[in-house]
Design a protein around this ligand. Structure first.
Ligand code: SF4
Length: 227
């Protein structure tokens, strides 16, 4: 089974609930969205070379080859949007589960049916809820709600990226979707890197009136100047 992979590298997890953990990252190529703040634009298209340890490899590459690169205990499958290559994610999930790795999935939460197929390979799922003020894409509350239903049988948290023009109503909507499933599911509010967001603590308080665990966490890998 072959798939399109943009890069494989080891770093610290720079976002979300398990920030700071050392992980082996597998960045898959291809994405069904075009968020305005996207910081991995090269991964949006399912094209280009795989970069690994200073070398390049032609795509697509075998899942077995990718699985054999893993030496860390924790593995993050990210993108792009990994679930646009759900068959390949499934094959990686099989291989890495055989290796007893702790698997972490980062997904944009727009493909619930694909998520259902591979959910059980993952120990933790980070689900992005995309708010239109930041993405300048159409809203996807229905897809996000279904994705959260699917993911809720696992350890899961929701991440919302906000820009300076965020609307509190969007964050409240995200909170209400989460609360309908379980108000203990953590919400991570992540400002677009480098932006000064007004009334951030007020926004956290509003979210915390609906949910039990609301954290404000920036992308720390960018402050550390690592990938
Ligand atoms: S979902 Fe992620 S990879 Fe895709 S465009 Fe948005 S930020 Fe970029």
């Amino acid at each position: 089974m072959k798939g399109f992979v943009g890069e494989i590298f080891t770093s610290v997890q720079g976002e979300g609930l398990v920030v700071g953990q050392r992980m082996h990252f597998i960045r898959l190529l291809g994405c069904n969205l075009r968020c305005a703040y996207c910081d991995t634009p090269a991964a949006q298209k399912m094209a280009g070379l795989l970069h690994y340890k200073g070398r390049t490899f032609a795509n697509p590459v075998e899942a077995d080859f990718v699985a054999e690169t893993v030496q860390e205990r924790r593995v993050a499958i990210t993108g792009g949007e990994p679930l646009v290559q759900v068959d390949f994610v499934q094959k990686l999930g099989e291989r890495l589960s055989d290796q007893q790795k702790t698997l972490f999935l980062e997904t944009n939460g727009s493909l619930p049916d694909a998520l259902l197929r591979v959910r059980d390979f993952f120990d933790m799922i980070c689900l992005d809820f995309k708010i239109p003020s930041a993405t300048r894409q159409k809203q996807m509350w229905h897809e996000h709600a279904r994705s959260l239903d699917v993911a809720s049988t696992k350890a899961v948290f929701v991440k919302v990226v906000i820009d300076t023009n965020y609307r509190p109503a969007e964050v409240r909507k995200a909170c209400s979707i989460i609360a309908r499933v379980d108000k203990n599911i953590p919400l991570v509010i992540q400002p677009v890197f480098g932006r000064k967001i007004d009334n951030l603590l007020e926004l956290q308080r509003t979210a915390q009136s609906i949910l039990d665990d609301v954290r404000v966490i920036p992308q720390i890998h960018k402050y550390l100047n690592v990938r």
